[in-house]
Design a protein around this ligand. Sequence first.
Ligand SMILES: Cc1ncc(COP(=O)(O)O)c(C=O)c1O
Length: 482
Amino acid sequence: MAYRRPLQLRYVLGRLGTTTFNGTTRTLSALPHGKSPSSSSSSSQDLINSEYEYSAHNYHPIPVVFSQAKGAAIWDPEGNRYLDFLSAYSAVNQGHCHPRIMRALQEQAERLTLSSRAFYNDRFPIFAKRLTDMFGYDMVLPMNTGAEGVETALKLARKWSYEKKKIPKDEAIIVSCCGCFHGRTLAVISMSCDNEATRGFGPLLSGHLKVDFGDSAALEKIFKESGDRIAGFLFEPIQGEAGVVIPPNGYLKSVRDLCSKYNVLMIADEIQSGLARSGKLLACDWEEVRPDVVILGKALGGGVIPVSAVLADKDVMLCIRPGEHGSTFGGNPLASAVAIASLDVIRDEKLAERSAQTGRELKNQLLKIQQQFPNCIKEVRGRGLFSAVVLNSKNLSPVSAYDICLKLKERGVLAKPTHDTIIRLTPPLSMSLEELQEGLNAFREVLELDLPELQKTKPKDISPTASEPDTCDRCGRNLWKE
Ligand SMILES: Cc1ncc(COP(=O)(O)O)c(C=O)c1O
């Protein structure tokens, strides 16, 4: 692939060596040549300690420090190389520090970075046309983070519902799915089934109803009962945080039909599933449906800066007028230039096709690993390089998905658990088959060599809550635990 060549030229083997962990030998390879002036000379442990001391404890990271990255490879400050199997939750679909995206960033950064939308700039209109052409919508409303994109879509749906659908003032309802994840703002967590995300943050916003994901009969029931007050149905075409949950075939088509029948906006949150992640440009393309509103984020900024966007046609988008919604940084020229390059890379490097192809290989290999370790792996899910392994928590207990990810890290592979039992595998779409194989070998080794040892040594969780089912505060359903 063309863009890997500079890596070989620019990077020399700085400190090649080997390390032995638990009886297996791993190569410490290809330390980036020299360190940039800004790179830290602190050790990983110092940096982790410092973050713990000075930063809010709102994450529980795998203890590895990113210092440099290229494509699917990451180096820590000590020069250890890792393969990225998370891609910053699919924000790095194009691979880390893609040269074409970096060039766009640098060139634009030297010219103009911010105008605010109090004025025009010479990049945003180009980005707006490029994005709307690529996805076939009339207009875009630019924002920055994914959560802001979702907030924008919710406001747009409410505004449309009062103006066009004539829902009585302040009575608009948004329907969302159990197990959904759309971000962390107050309006967005008001739809969440994740108790950790909602407890202690009330009062949550009213005007939301929940429905089981993948259940079109339940959706129709809600539409029948309350359709005259429902503004929009917000959903992820593949649920990411819930553990890469793929709906039954035909679901997306049914959603389209029901939304049309009951005059409800179909709002697809493609922030994680879109931009080639699932093997198509949008995950909705798997059933060739066209939502009324599409939300994009993450990889739209090429893993460089936050860029999100809401796409819709004029009859919906023009319900928002000057002064009614906005963002100082939304549509800024730097973000626009980066986003144009990010879209170009997705198109020119055929990342959707690559995701489909490499994803097939990943799934086949994971299914083989499942056959080899049927007691450990309950299910393998995936579409393109949007995949997950569901562990059999009963057989693995007390070992968790987090423990497995720690072992993967020690073998040079970075993945993150979602909930207690699921490991999401979502490498950059540019990952080579050799890199994929390296990651799969590490996964096999963890199950074969590390897991038996862990099961012997890890103390059992005997806390009174350990075996209690976790039920959603909002809808009372059992959550994620088997
Ligand atoms: C489907 C989906 N929507 C929204 C978000 C929120 O995006 P951000 O973290 O950029 O606010 C995420 C983040 O993981 C997501 O996966």
